[in-house]
Design a protein around this ligand. Structure first.
Ligand code: FES
Length: 281
């Protein structure tokens, strides 16, 4: 029988009885992942669809064509985080409100932007950045990155120090991550399942310790959304990117960041580094 996973409820709805947690297995997850979001994620995987055309966005009446939208697996509306907001434009205030209900002050959500799967993660960086580096006081950390051969690539601090990456500089206690696993291109999720890696707790250092990881249920790769590093990847010709660190599992490296602005209260992504998001198709 296929291994099954629990969908996690929003923190203010948490009821730890098993009956309250929707169960899905890997096959269901893949079906849900690729058949929802109006088929947009499927499109992102089809090589015959021009990548540039995906990034042109879909004109909409609300949120503009650069808005990042919540994405909820079909059938998980009552159990997934932000489950009642499928395809609504993401608002900054929604994250601030939900973050107030977690122990760490971190919150995240699955999303879709211009046909691409994303994860948006809120971290109380400004509140914690000057406090001692202790458990459950999360903040963004800039780490050194090394390629698979052990060669030094650079530091995540370049988002602050190198004008090349200025649109990626950390702001608004938030990051957006392109959510295709560098292993075999599944879609890692924020708190989609319950295990030791997704618990509401945090440890420093960009390792597997602590929870609040992005987790890929296909083969259990983990990514720390607070560990910002520069790294290198790519089939054929490798390219350097700024992203979040892989902390465990078969994925060879982390996943790239997507720059964004908060326009009024709406989170809008920017296509500055679109070449980074083509490694899966
Ligand atoms: S596709 Fe993510 S771990 Fe294999």
């Amino acid at each position: 029988m296929a291994r099954r996973f629990k969908l996690r409820p929003l923190p203010n709805d948490i009821d730890d009885t098993k009956e309250s947690l929707k169960m899905i297995d890997r096959r269901e997850f893949m079906r849900l992942s690729f058949n929802t979001a109006a088929g947009l994620i499927t499109m992102a995987s089809i090589g015959s669809v021009g990548f540039a055309s995906l990034l042109m966005g879909q004109p909409e009446a609300d949120g503009g064509d650069t808005a990042v939208r919540f994405w909820v697996p079909s059938g998980a509306e009552d159990t997934a985080w932000f489950g009642d907001r499928h395809l609504e434009p993401m608002s900054y205030s929604a994250f601030q409100t939900a973050a107030a209900n977690t122990k760490t002050g971190m919150i995240g959500a699955q999303g879709v932007w211009s046909g691409l799967p994303v994860n948006v993660v809120y971290v109380p960086h400004e509140e914690n950045k000057d406090s001692p580096l202790v458990p459950n006081k999360p903040r963004f950390q800039y780490l050194e990155g090394y390629d698979l051969g052990g060669k030094y690539v650079g530091s995540g601090r370049e988002v602050e120090d190198d004008s090349t990456y200025s649109t990626l500089s950390i702001h608004d206690n938030m990051i957006i991550i392109f959510s295709r696993c560098p292993h075999l291109c599944c879609i890692p999720g924020w708190q989609l399942v319950t295990n030791n890696y997704t618990g509401d707790n945090w440890a420093s250092g960009g390792t597997d310790s602590g929870g609040d990881k992005l987790f890929c249920i296909c083969h259990s790769s983990r990514f720390d959304p607070t560990a910002i590093e520069k790294n290198s990847m790519g089939r054929g010709v490798p390219f350097d990117f700024i992203g979040v660190r892989r902390t465990g599992g078969p994925a060879p490296n982390g996943m790239p960041l997507i720059p964004f602005v908060v326009n009024g209260d709406i989170i809008e992504a920017l296509p500055d580094f679109k070449d980074w998001y083509a490694y899966c198709g």
